[in-house]
Structure formats: structure tokens, C-alpha cells
Design a protein around this ligand. Sequence first.
Ligand code: ASP
Ligand code: MG
Length: 530
Amino acid sequence: MIIMKFGGTSVENAAAIEQVAEIVRSRQKDSPIVVVSAFAKVTDQLVLMGQQAASGDCESCLQLLQAIRARHLETAEALVETGFSKISKRVESITADLEHFVRGVAAVRELSPRSSDCLLSFGELLSSEIVAAALAVRGLDSVWVDARECIVTDAMHTRARPLFEATKEHLQAKLGPVLVKSRIPVMGGFIAATQEGIPTTLGRGGSDFSAAIVGAALTAERIEIWTDVEGMMTTDPRLCAEARTIRQISFNEAAELAYFGAKVLHPATLLPAIEQNIPVYVLNSRNLKSKGTRITAHAPRSRDIFRAITAKTGVSMVNVVASRGLMVHNFLRSVFEALDRHGCPVDLVAISEVSLSFTMESKRLPENLLAELEEIADVTCEDQHAIVCLVGEDIHGKPGIAANVFTTVAKAGVNVRMISQGASEINISFVIKESDVPQAVRHLHTHFFPNHSAQVGATAAAGEARRSRNATGGRKANGSHSSSEKIRKNGLASASRSETADGGVKEPARAAQVSAAAVLTVKRASGSRG
Ligand code: ASP
Ligand code: MG
């Protein structure tokens, strides 16, 4: 049995859902369970409707509701001819419930987290009913299943955590009889309910989490996450046209990539599956033959040194120099306490005897943190920087890799401001100016991901390769420029140069691992590990 999860863009309209049906058909023999997101943008629209209703603007809210209703009806009509009256009745009935609900919100002018979960659940309820009906008319024996009766969570509304034992029981009870008859269950992702049946959601983007929960609870053979890109890539294709799909990646590497800017999915949400050695594939729903990326607890070595390069822009670099004769440990404690008080998600840290540098997303840097630090130290802050991160577990224990990276960056004519490599040796990260990102990433990618295509395609294209020498060597110079790269205005005075090389003390995988650990804790607390 496999789980197939389709994201919002994979179900955004009738054509996309037709494609979903074909993809599901191609996996029919694997006993698929289908998990779908809301149609693209619908969850955002529901959020907006909630705000409108709560602020008393019932009219705008109802207008949006009509648009949502019309879009779902039109999509259903395009997909389902015979039996349209049945699915249209369902859509009408769900949207009527939605209308009652938002009128209620508008009446009390209040939207609690609990009501917000109820409101957002309508997106997945609608999409899953329509997809189930669309599969059925295409000869696939689908059954709509209410996800709220399958996934049981705590009552932490807007980002509820699953209670695995109860979820397992519910899933087996609900899906067992369906699967036994070789039917295909279709359910909404993202939505769940408490033990008492109050609707909850698993956090934005939570459909991947749903897929992992269902897969783990039912010990699926694999989980397929169908999205609108060709898996995870060696770098951002907008920065470097030669970027290619990563065939296999370990969970830790994928987590690291997500932490440093890769946007395809948040691997922490896949943890329930990874822990049980269930492989997760990220695939492109616009390409039926997509091979995508396989994420597993451990991934085999590849011929490249690194698995991928990411760049996270919009980063500020803060340099804190102890000024008033503070002892080193007092100084460090004061800085970290200040960071803690402000709940600052720091990315990289570098320490020397009297100074500490750290980076943070500029938009999350609290103004009063800097003022507070200024009481104990000289503080400078520079905006418009970026963290470039090269990820790969294979670099562990290999000498010369860092030298190789920084020689390449130097050849690109790019100055490095701060460097970090955690002791786990899973990544090398460094800070450069935002405007240097395209140049640095292109050079690094060309250097570390040489074009193996001539070798990969060697069997198929042997004759062609013999005829054309260029097939093995000639790579076009890459001319893509990131014209979209927005140059932000420099915020605070530019600092004296703080080349705090090689003082990396923070293991950058921490954040992802922390959230992963949170999932683990819940799992243990609910006793599902036995
Ligand atoms: N529809 C939800 C969201 O937009 C969940 C998901 O798509 O994964 O956040
Ligand atoms: Mg998503």
C-alpha cells in the first residue's frame, strides 16, 4: 500500500485533477491512499474570509465565498458529467455550512484558533470530495473518507500534533474495510480532529504531515508527495540553469536544505514516515514519468561531493564586540540570554575571544534586541546578506573540502564574511553579500556538480556521443541573471569588517531537528512506539 499526496497546484483546476486521476491509475496495483490539499490559494482565501468576517466586513467575506463556491462547482462540472448532481449537492452543502459558519464569525466578530481550524477545514473538505468523485467517474473505485474521523490530534489548534495510537486505531477502522475491497480512499490532508471530534489543523502546509502520519500508521510501502516541481534540486534553477533533480537524499540533508532556504517541503513533517524507514518521494504531477527525489533515513553516496547548494537571502549579520571589560563567559551568557528573551531564531554563530557574530533573517530581527545588546557591547548590524549552504553527508571526515569550496568562491571574486561548519560535517555554510549570491552559486554549482549527463545517458546515446565530442565536455556558459534579485536598502551603518572565519559553533540543523524532535516527543508521549 502506498500514500499519494497531491498539493494545491496539483489539484488547482479540472485539467490538473484529470492528471491526478491518470497518476493514480498508474499506481492502482500498489493500493494507493490519496491525500489532497485544498485547491491552490483556497486556504489563503479562507484565512482572508476569517479576517473579513471577524472585522465585521461580512459583505467582502460572502463575495469571496461565492467565488470559492463557483470555482469548485465549475471544476466539479468539468470533471464529472454523469453524477454531477450528486457532487454538486455535496459542494452546495459544504459551502452552505461554510456560509453559516462565517456569518456566525461575523456576528460575534471573533475568530479563535479553534474556529479558525474549523474555517480552514472547508478547503480540504471540498477538494477531497471533488477529487474522489473525479476518480470514480474515471473508473477508479474511489471512496471519500473524512480525514477528521481518521487523524486524531491534541487540541493545540492551528498546529495540532497527532496522537499516534488513537490515529492508528481510527485509520485502521476507517480505511481497513475500504482497502480490503481494493477501493481507493481519498481524504483531505491538513485537517484532523481531537478525541472529542473538534476539527483541528496540522499547521500550514500540513498535508505532507498528513501523508506521513497515514503512511506511518498503516506502514505504507512508500509515500509519494506530488507537487509542481521535479523533486528537490541541486540548487535553485532560477539562480543556475544547470540545476538538476537530486535522485536520493537523506532525511538530515533534506532537513538542512529546508532550513537554509529550499522551499519544496518541510522534511520535519515527514519524520513519522522516515522513522519507520518508509521512503518518501517528491514528484512532479505535471510529468507522469517523473522520477523525483527519494528521501530516506540514509541515502547512498552519490558521485558528487555535495548533495545541494542553497542560498537564503534577506539575512542580517550582527556583530557584537564586548566593550566594558566583561569576562568572556559573562559576555557570552548575556548575549545568549538576550537572544533567548527575544526568542531569536539565530542561523549561524561565530565566536572569538571578545566578539560574537550571528545571522538572522532580517525581518525577524527585533529592533529592541540590538538596543539591549548595545548596553553591554558595541553592536553593528548589516542587512542584505545571504547564507550560502552546501549540504552533503559524504563530506564527513574528508580533508580539503572546505579549501575546495572557498577557493571556488574566491575564483568567483566573492568575499566571504562569516563561515560555519558544524562538527557533524553535514554542511559548510558561509555569509556573503546578497548581491553576490548568483555569482557564487553559479561558480560553486559548476564546480561541484559537473555535468555527468554524457555519462548518465551513455548507454542510450553512445553513438551520438561518439559522433559529437561536445557531448561530454561542452557546457554552455550560464547567462541567467537574477534580475528579480531585489536589492534592499542598507539598514544600519555598515560595520567594520568582521571576518570571523571558522568559529562555527552552532549546528545549523538544530532548528529542523528540534521541530523533528517535537514530533518524536509527541509520538513517544502517545505511546505509539511500542
Ligand atoms: N491547504 C493547506 C495550506 O495551504 C495545507 C497544505 O496545502 O498542505 O496550508
Ligand atoms: Mg504544500
